[in-house]
Design a protein around this ligand. Structure first.
Ligand code: PMP
Length: 429
């Protein structure tokens, strides 16, 4: 069989990098080598065009290569780049914007990735409370570091146990992270009670989009806040996916629950590297960016002109244009359109989502927690996704993650996608 250009380059990539990719979940069959991206579309080295819903795991809220963001970045780097000491006019402006929009943000610090932001938030919570343990939820993802890199997509009989991918991590860090069930306040309270006086923080994605879209039940987020104040722990909302995507103030603004600390990233800079930790001033002032602060916070590239200018431009777009109105309308159109197709073809599937995000679970009820996903037919999803790819629709490789709509998607892309979904499902059943 003749080798395609994609396959040839993938083979070469493997010579120079383990697995030929540069983050753990990019190695997915078929291996495509991308060369272009614009608006709602991506193109591979063979000239195949795809409507993109993966959005590089979430950042593209406006769309790829968004002209206004690129112009602002180009303008910024034509006059500035990075400074070692001091701060910049753009950093001050951006910090002000974040504090203006995000309810939890009395003060904010910038870094470059979501993992850095959650690391800093957890370290700060430990310093503030002088306690060690952390509660996280099965299925939530908060980055690659030892404090949180456990219990994401665990095997069904290993829920709550340590994951296999933890070689090289510090046992003390992993074992001090306690695993609870999302939407189960009784489980959280029991864990806090058993570890009384030892829990520094509860960290969660307010909507666990790393397992698709599990919505918090009424009272769950507020219940966590109440438990945190009863047990002297800090509440951390990891809004790296939900922040700026679901609203300019994050999901916390929609839910009306303000955490003690929050982490931001992805959609904040529409694809450029940027992340942030924000929270109450009394806690944030413990960082040693403040003279006398005793909690380490550093990073050579923090506040780089590229991410800062991109964030300012993205926020400006959200302030001036109906970004959220547009992506929410298309999200609703996509979810109801797919649901109609399922009903028409009698397919046992549930379309979950919020705003611009959706996930098709091949199971016949709405999941409320990770263990419900045992009923999801993941193999069927893999076949479904591959067939959609052949029709030019690019979705997340597994339905334990979510798909995203951007401001560059229009009714045309949604209609084309719904048509393709109907064709593929007819072929599969
Ligand atoms: N938190 C959440 C909720 C995430 O989804 C991610 C990345 N998918 C992270 C943190 C880590 O961010 P990064 O990959 O930028 O380190």
């Amino acid at each position: 069989m003749e080798k395609t250009r994609n396959a040839e380059l993938y083979q070469e990539a493997n010579v120079y990098s383990p697995g030929g990719v540069h983050t753990s979940i990019r190695n997915v069959d078929p291996h495509l080598i991308f060369t272009k991206a614009e608006g709602a579309y991506m193109e591979d080295v063979e000239g195949n065009r795809f409507i993109d819903y993966q959005a590089a795991f979430g950042p593209f809220v406006l769309g790829h290569n968004y002209p206004f963001v690129n112009e602002q970045v180009k303008e910024a780097i034509s006059r500035t780049d990075l400074f070692g000491v001091g701060t910049t006019d753009m950093e001050i402006e951006l910090a002000k914007k974040v504090c203006e929009h995000v309810p939890a943000s009395e003060q904010v610090l910038f870094c470059n990735s979501g993992s850095e932001a959650t690391y800093h938030a957890i370290r700060l919570a430990r310093a503030v409370t002088e306690k060690k343990k952390l509660i996280k939820f099965q299925g939530c993802y908060h980055g690659w570091h030892d404090y949180v890199a456990r219990n994401m997509l665990s095997d069904w009989d290993k829920i709550g146990e340590r994951d296999p991918g933890s070689a090289g991590m510090m046992d003390e860090a992993i074992d001090n992270t306690l695993i609870c069930t999302f939407n189960d306040l009784a489980d959280v309270e029991e864990t806090l009670q058993k570890n009384k006086g030892e829990v520094a923080a509860i960290i969660l994605e307010p909507i666990p989009h790393n397992i698709g879209c599990i919505l918090p039940e009424d009272g769950f987020l507020q219940g966590l806040k109440t438990l945190c104040s009863e047990y002297g722990a800090l509440l951390i909302f990891d809004e790296v996916v939900t922040g700026f995507r679901h609203s300019i103030g994050g999901f916390q603004e929609i839910a009306g629950v303000t955490p003690d600390l929050t982490t931001l990233g992805k959609a904040m800079a529409n694809g450029y590297p940027m992340a942030a930790i924000a929270g109450k001033k009394e806690y944030m002032s413990r960082f040693n960016t403040q003279p006398g602060g005793d909690v380490w916070f550093a990073g050579t590239y923090n506040g780089h002109a590229v991410g800062t200018a991109a964030s300012l431009a993205t926020i400006e777009m959200m302030e001036k244009e109906p970004v959220h109105e547009h992506i929410f309308r298309l999200g609703e159109k996509m979810r109801s359109g797919i649901t109609e197709i399922h009903d028409m073809l009698n397919i046992d599937a549930f379309v979950a989502g919020f705003g611009s995000v959706w996930t098709t679970y091949f199971m016949d009820f709405q999941p409320k927690k990770y263990s419900d996903l045992e009923y999801n037919n993941g193999d069927l999803y893999v076949r479904y996704r591959k067939k959609l790819l052949e029709k030019g629709i690019f979705k997340m490789p597994m339905n334990m993650k979510r798909n995203h709509i951007s401001y560059s998607h229009t009714d045309k892309e949604i209609d084309l996608t719904l048509e393709a979904i109907e064709d593929v499902l007819r072929e599969l059943i």
